[in-house]
Every structure is written in C-alpha cells, then in structure tokens.
Design a protein around this ligand. Sequence first.
Ligand code: M6R
Length: 608
Amino acid sequence: MCGIVGYVGKRNAQEVIISGLEKLEYRGYDSAGIAVITENGLESAKFKGRLSVLADYLAEHPIKGTTGIGHTRWATHGVPSDENAHPHFNTAKTLAVIHNGIIENYQEIKAMLIEKGYVFRSQTDTECVAHLFDLYYDGDLLKTAFKVNSIIRGTYALLICHRDSPDEFVALRNEAPLVIGYGEGENFVASDIPAVLEYTRQVAFLENGEIAHVTADGVTVYNSKGDTVKKEPFTVEWTLEAATKGGYDHFMLKEIHEQPQGIRDTINTRIDANGYIKLDDIKLTKADIEKFDKIYVVACGTAYHAGCVGKYVIEKLAKIPVMCDIASEYRYSDPFVDDKTLVIVVSQSGETADTLAALRESKRKGARILSITNVVGSSIARESDDVFYTWAGPEVAVASTKAYTTQLVAFYMIALNMALAKGTIDEAGYFELVSQLKNTADLLEEMLKDDSEEKEVASLIKDKSALFYLGRSVDMQTAKEMALKLKEISYIYAESFAGGELKHGPIALIEPGTPVIAVSTQTALVEKMVSNIQEVKRRGAFVIGIGCEGDTLLKGVCDKVIYVPKVDDLLAPLVSVVPGQLIAYHTSLMKGYDVDKPRNLAKSVTVE
Ligand code: M6R
C-alpha cells in the first residue's frame, strides 16, 4: 500500500521525507517520488523502483526547501512507471498531489477536465485530483481542499502542496489512514506512526471526511462541513527500535523471535490477581454471550487462518456455532447476520479494506462487533463495539508471524471466558488451560533457540517446484497457514489438504520426490495421519512430519520429523506453526529472495 509523508517546518524537507518513507517501506511499493517547495517554485523527482533510486538521485541533485510531500506507490491504476509514480501535478506544475487509495469517480472527473482542456500525463486516478485542485484554486489551498473533497469519491489519503502557499499543505482522509505528528515549530502527516517517530511522539489520527491544514506553527483539523475538530494528541509509547530490525537480518526473523514476548504481553496484561482472564476492553456481559446464537469470524489471509483456529476453539470450549469466512467473500454472500450474531473481525493492521467493509456490512445488519487487531486506533478498532488488542508490537515483514500467534492467544482467551460465563467448562479445566496458555511463551522461547532442523528442511525443499501440507482437524488450519507462509516468500507452489481428502483427488499430484509436510499434533488423529502419510509415501513422497514430543508413530513412517513441545491438543496450533514459519523464512533466504518484501505483496491491503 502507498506510503505518504508530508512535512512543514525548519528542517530540510527532503531528508525528513526520505527518512519517513524508509520507515513505510514495509507497506510495499513499486515507485517513489517527492515534491518540495523551493525558492525556484515546486521541484520534484520520481522514479519507478526502490526508494533508494530516488534517494540516490536526490543525493546528487538535492532539492532544498522546508515544505514538501513524498510518496511510495503501490500500483492500482496504471503500471508501475516514472510517469505513474506520485506526486502528480497540474499542467503548470505549481501544485503537487500524493494519494493512497482509489478515486472511484475519477473517470467522470477526468472526462469533465478533458472537456475543459486539461491534458493528462499519467494513467492514474490520482492525476484528476491535481487538475481538479488547479480548476478551483484561487489562492486559498484550504478552501480548494473543501471543494475538491465534496467532488471526489472513494478511498483516499491525500496531501497537496502549492508553490504559491509555500508554508502549508493540506491533508484529506477518507478510508485510508493518516496520522498527524505534532512537533515544535514543525508538523508532519504520514500514513503510519514510524514515519514521524524520529521527530515526535505526539500524534493523532485523522478521521474519515476530515481535512487538516498543516503549517509549521500548528495543525487545524476540520470536518467535511468546515467545523473545527479538536484533536487530542496521544503519546506513542513504543520505540522506533521496536519497528526496526534490532540486530536481526530480517524483520520476519525478528518478529518470529518476538512471539514469546508478544504472547506474554497479550496474556499477562489480562490476568487478574486470582488467575482469571479479565477482558476489560471487552464489555460483553454473560447475558450478551448467552444471547448470541452464532458467531461469524471474518478476516483475510493469515488473520483468516487464525480465525479458523478460533472457530475450532470457540466451538470446542464455549459450544457456540461459529462460521469463519474470508472477508472479501463474506461481504457479498448475504450472511445470516442479525442482532443475535457476534461478528469477530481479525486484522493485524486494522486497515484491511475487505475486512473493514465486512465489519460495516455486519454492523448494518445489527451484529455486535468484536475486533482483534494489533494497531491501536486503527479504523477497524475505532469502528468496533469491542476491541481485543494483541500486544505483538509493530509487525513490519509482509509475512505475518507474531500477529498470527497473538491472534490465536486472543481467541483462546475470548473462548475461555465465554466458556466460563456459559458454564461449558469447569474451573479446574479453565485454570489448567490458562496455565498452559501462559506457558506457551516459554515453550516458544525454547523452540526458537535452535532452528537447524528447519534450515535442513529448507535446503531439502528449496529447489522443488511444489510442496504439499497435510493436516487433520485443527492441524489442517495450521497446514493452511504454513502453506501461505511458504508460497508468499519462497514463491514455491504450496497447497494444504485435509488428510482425509487425499484419496478424493489431491493424491494424484504426488510423484516420486514430492515433498509433503504432515502436521500431526492431535492425539486422537495421529494414527489416521500415519495412514495418510503411508498413502503418499507409497507414491514416492518425501515426508517431513511435524509432531509432538513423545511421539512414537510418526518417526516410523516419516523421512524426517520436527518435534514441538507437547501441550493440550487445543493449544497445539500455537506451537506447531513455528516450524512452518522458520521453514518458509529459511527457504526464502536460501533462494535469495527479499524475505521481508516479497514480490507483488503489500503489508497492508487498503483497497478492495
Ligand atoms: O492486516 P491484516 O491482518 O488484515 O492483513 C490480512 C492479510 O492481508 C495478511 O494476513 C496477509 O495474508 C499476510 N501477508 C500473510 O502473511
């Protein structure tokens, strides 16, 4: 997703913007650009490719000024190219626009502007905003922003600066995140907090429909009607270090290793003096819980896989029927949602467009919304009735790891509380699971001390063109997540199958040498999985088992077994996913790929 940084103050804007855009690289992008107001007017540079291409150019050809805007683009309308990179300009190149999102009515605006003689240089939807500003600009940038805001439709975070208003810029927000950073004699606007953290910890989010007028002396925020909105900045407690690599080669590896801490932070802040889970941030009462006749879990990607485990856990513990759906499908499926439905939306970023849309559709139908998210103040958090924050810390690598395990923790805690409220678990069972859940952090810490087995598996699979994961019951969900992890960063075709489904088709894909990773942690199903392993072995597969310590069966049939600590069957997904994350990481590394920024993917998908 695009990254946006705007600056006005006394510093060299170019430096602030490039440094801010570097902190937003995790969002994924294909080109980068900058516009700064200088004594010569508006100067700019933009290039297809990595941010370093732009930075290297600027090192040779610096642009000097103290007001400017910069952008990393993740293409939606128009291919990645120098022309389509942002900023976009009016014909006279007196104003510059950067944008994250999609202007849905750009075609009709473009037609109107062409009729008036405007000539378009790019294939983007954004360029129409530049010409629209040009059409209405009469020397008052803020007034023009209100006019343009009333015409454009869609999702947008927009920053606009003008040569003739050198000490200000404006920011418009609708459905795409923007955060204001408040400094002393300088101010910032960006897509995410890390971009401004080097300069200030005082931040506030812009809400939908709001327009910010930004100068060095202050930021005034207006709603779409033109009324002033009072913003209460809050202090960011986490450090920039927490959002940078901290000694690890890659964010993904760092984040895999941060899982024990993320799990601890997520659990420990919610256990009271008597050992009970206390979900202060969720206001669901016993009566509310009893009223729900079903639960929908809605999410995308890895968060969806966490939701699939969540479905299993809630059904097992709290005996409430749960449907788990992919957000982009759910929205259009006319789901059976009403005021007796709890909808749990799961999203690391809290900004995923499909998940947000599913939340709104559920709300419209009268459901109560509980979100599980990692980003405080994100759109999903703000629009939910209740929020369970996972305290995983910022997740930067595109491949989600610590967000997933902390999302599982959230589901365990929610399910345990529901079960206790409904009386579907006794106190002894409850305390046993709470205690084991807490202990998983230590278990993961131990596991992460040695990844030699996963490295060995990576070396065995790295040159294969396809790989299959098998699992039964909740292990099937872990298999799905492992397959997603491998395919997104190693580009190996990876698919997961339910063990029992093999004979119904997938086994036709097995040929001599095909690697198969079989996840088998469920006590009652190990023998069944052993049969499935034998089926694929007979067709020549090379099988790597992922089983629990103490196993005697898997090692008899697999070519290799990676053991994870034995925990209650219900909690097994929390430990068994880790080898899958490490296998994916090492495979990508051995293939020489960009582990943290895989091709074609963005960290935060804020368009449908
Ligand atoms: O921010 P979200 O959790 O809503 O993101 C959902 C997916 O886009 C995300 O999990 C994606 O699948 C990851 N790249 C998986 O590693």
